[in-house]
Ligand binder design. Structure first.
Ligand code: SAH
Ligand code: SF4
Ligand code: F3S
Length: 472
């Protein structure tokens, strides 16, 4: 069954989906069936997976970390770079024998990759054992699609060409803890020339302030202390709403919610970083003093070809404004090397921009041509070996500066919001400073969820170590 028509999604549809949830519940509840979701890509996808998990939990599936014991396996995919896609093909392909041994199991593939017709077609043809394919715009229709998949011998495919209205009240199963993700807007209007996101996530749509604030108040009541507001370009939040409430005002309103102690957000586009936002960040005590501000490249020639809509000089002015309003603010960034036509001189300008800003950390990427984007058609694509060599040189510099920045924390007492036990070491607690530095230390379980004063004793490139500070 294939359905690639544009379907208008009515906001009432979530009511309709509740009927499917009830029907699924009758079949699934109490059977001890398990699900496993594999998530690729950015926090948007992580949060979408929390919604899928929320729906599955309502139906009566239980989560398992073991893919092999799952009755339902979902791959929530990312297509921002080729290597993410290749991993999906590998991992879905590896399930062929599993499906043969477990014919009643359900295998689903969803997310950004599926929004490209040639890719969803390829998955359908190459892996006919996949039961369900859906995209990013119809995630809330998952109950109906799952029901169809359970009843069908064919792959159920539904990918909507374009986004509908923002859909509210999809159940969410968040990772338990201290910190929660809250999407404030969907999509992107920027069309950076290398990027596939606007094609697979649609145009910018802001959630209504009342829905966002309501969700955050509920999270606060459930015990969450920190929220991270998500959007591809949160700085343009609200521009599409009738209600005149822009991102800085939204931050001020969230800052008033009592039990929330910290507010983070990402990602910010430099072209939309207003003076009002900088002042709001400085004035709101709960807004963390950390900004992720992707620069992408240091050369104006490349920034123009990337369609980033700012120059290196404008970017550096923003950095100065941020640092004079908030001394000590941590700055992190994204950088792409090997964009088409990037010369050694252009690349050296990226290195010098990194030296000029001295980022606390950076996500660095090798340019990956994405079909349908304008950069993929540009001549002068750079050799993979050259790209890799530039990436290594860039990483060396980024890591050296990260370490130096972290060394500045030595012997200082910092406030850490304690998140839980460290992944690999059950005797070590872990948390973050408001500047987003990971701090590991020995301490009592009852510190989890609280803010502790920690004295930093060791600094690495990616984390700090410390001990509970003596208070007197
Ligand atoms: N909306 C966010 C994040 C977009 S994706 C933003 O604008 O910052 C995250 C990062 O992936 C981007 O910042 C960019 O550095 C990188 N990226 C996007 N497309 C890419 C491509 N085709 N090749 C390599 N890196 C890419
Ligand atoms: Fe992609 Fe640019 Fe939009 Fe970010 S701002 S999602 S890099 S198009
Ligand atoms: Fe990837 Fe989609 Fe995010 S393409 S980076 S998962 S918006």
């Amino acid at each position: 069954m294939s359905n690639r028509k544009a379907i208008t999604v009515s906001p009432l549809e979530i009511e309709e989906q509740k009927h499917y949830i009830d029907e699924l519940k009758n079949r699934i509840w109490g059977k001890g069936l398990k699900y496993h979701i594999v998530t690729y890509g950015c926090q948007m996808n992580v949060h979408d997976s929390e919604k899928l998990a929320g729906i599955l939990n309502q139906i009566g599936y239980e989560e398992t970390d073991e893919q092999r014991e799952a009755d339902l396996i979902l791959f929530n995919t990312c297509c921002v770079r080729e290597n993410a896609e290749l991993r999906v093909y590998g991992n879905v392909g590896a399930l062929k024998s599993y499906k043969q041994a477990n014919p009643n199991s359900i295998i689903g593939v969803c997310g950004c990759m599926m929004q490209q017709n040639e890719i969803s077609d390829y998955i359908q043809q190459t892996f006919p054992f996949v039961d369900l394919i859906f995209g990013t715009h119809n995630l809330h229709r998952f109950p109906m699609l799952l029901l169809q998949a359970l009843d069908s011998n064919h792959t159920v495919v539904e990918v909507l060409e374009s986004e509908g209205a923002v859909v509210e009240h999809v159940p969410v199963k968040r990772t338990k803890g201290v910190s929660a993700w809250v999407t404030i807007m969907y999509g992107c209007n920027n069309f950076c020339s290398y990027c596939i996101v606007p094609y697979v996530r649609g145009r910018e749509r802001s959630r209504r302030p009342a829905d966002i604030l309501g969700e955050i108040r509920k999270l606060a009541a459930e015990g969450y202390k920190e929220v991270t507001l998500l959007g591809q370009n949160v700085n343009s939040y609200g521009k599409d709403l009738d209600e005149k409430l822009l991102f800085p005002q939204l931050l001020r309103k969230i800052n008033e919610i009592d039990e929330i102690e910290r507010i983070r957000f990402m990602t910010s586009h430099p072209k939309d970083l207003s003076d009002d936002l900088i002042q709001t960040m400085a004035e709101c005590d709960k807004v963390c003093k950390h900004l992720h501000l992707p620069i992408q490249a240091g050369s104006n020639r490349i920034l123009r070809k990337m369609n980033r809509k700012y120059s290196r000089e404008v970017y550096m002015e923003l950095v100065e404004k941020l640092r004079s309003a908030m001394p000590g603010i941590a700055l992190t960034t994204d950088i792409i090397v090997g964009f088409p036509g990037e010369t050694e001189e252009d690349f050296l300008e990226t290195l010098s921009a990194v030296e000029q800003v001295r980022y606390d950390s950076a996500f660095t990427f090798v340019y990956s041509p994405r079909r349908g984007t304008s950069a993929a058609k540009m001549k002068e694509q750079i050799l993979q070996s050259e790209k890799k060599q530039r990436l290594a040189r860039l990483n060396e510099l980024v890591n050296k500066i990260s370490k130096e920045k972290n060394l500045e924390y030595l012997d200082r007492n910092v406030k850490v919001l304690v998140e839980g036990y460290s992944k690999n070491r059950t005797d070590i607690l872990t948390g973050r400073t408001d500047t987003n530095k990971i701090v590991n230390f020995k301490g009592d379980t009852d510190l989890i969820g609280k803010t502790a004063m920690i004295k930093i004793t060791e600094a690495h490139s990616w984390s700090l170590e410390g001990k509970v500070a003596e208070t007197n």
